[in-house]
Design a protein. Structure first.
Length: 238
């Protein structure tokens, strides 16, 4: 996040040994632009390119669109200047931070914000991620990372918390299971309900710290969940 903070502040981060970063780590980071700036290319020119790139690719809105495109709920237009989202789709965003007393997970929470910013989809949350919304009654400084970039960033009008009974009685077009860096399991009753949603496509978001191969991610998913995920997004690939 600190790299994005520098870019958002209107500067170019100096990144030592950027060429050594694995290609699947920080894979959306604009390495070419930053490298050219560090190698002495015109700073103002590189900065302008970097700011344009950041607005297009490094925002929560861009992350939400990226996710929706990958799972087939949105499509790019031919000129790549706008995206069309299938309207009326209802998504269930499952996360259970209270199981281990954790709160913020940047990958999960930035995706949640990006989906809330997306047009044409409705997102229900179980359990709640209340720190995302501007009516959160707690000071952001008490959260991990002081809630940088995610605390109280979404209007309360978009807050769609659902109870377990609501989940069991609604029909969804897509289910997202988003883990934090501290846990990988859901409660048995939610797991059992998801198992019954055999025709509903599902995505697993793995937010754990550390380097993961896609094979290891699949093994973790199969070990902890008895239902299939059509899509798995991993924070970092080795």
């Amino acid at each position: 996040m600190r790299h994005y903070e520098i870019i958002a502040a209107g500067a170019i981060p100096h990144f030592k040994n950027l060429h050594l970063v694995p290609k699947n780590t920080m894979h959306t980071f604009p390495r070419d632009i930053v490298t050219r700036a560090m190698n002495g290319e015109n700073y103002e020119k590189c900065l302008a390119e970097l700011q344009e790139y950041a607005r297009k690719h490094l925002t929560t809105e861009a992350l939400g669109k990226y996710f929706l495109e990958k799972v087939g709920l949105a499509a790019k237009s031919d000129d790549d200047r706008s995206r069309f989202v299938a309207s009326g789709k209802r998504l269930l965003f499952i996360s259970e931070p209270s199981l281990v007393g954790t709160n913020i997970d940047y990958q999960r929470d930035c995706l949640a914000i990006g989906l809330l910013e997306s047009q044409g989809v409705e997102v229900d949350f179980y359990e709640d991620l209340p720190w995302l919304f501007d009516d959160y009654p707690v000071d952001c400084s008490s959260l991990y990372g002081m809630g940088y970039s995610i605390c109280k960033k979404v209007p309360a009008s978009k807050h769609r918390l659902v109870l377990k009974s609501d989940v069991f009685n609604r029909i969804y077009d897509f289910i997202i299971v988003a883990t934090s860096s501290s846990y990988f399991k859901l409660s048995p009753d939610i797991t059992k309900w998801i198992e019954k949603q055999s025709t509903v496509p599902k995505a697993l978001i793995i937010g754990n710290d550390g380097s993961f191969t896609s094979k290891f991610a699949l093994e973790l998913a199969r070990k902890n969940y008895s239902f299939p995920f059509q899509f798995i997004f991993v924070r970092e690939l080795n």
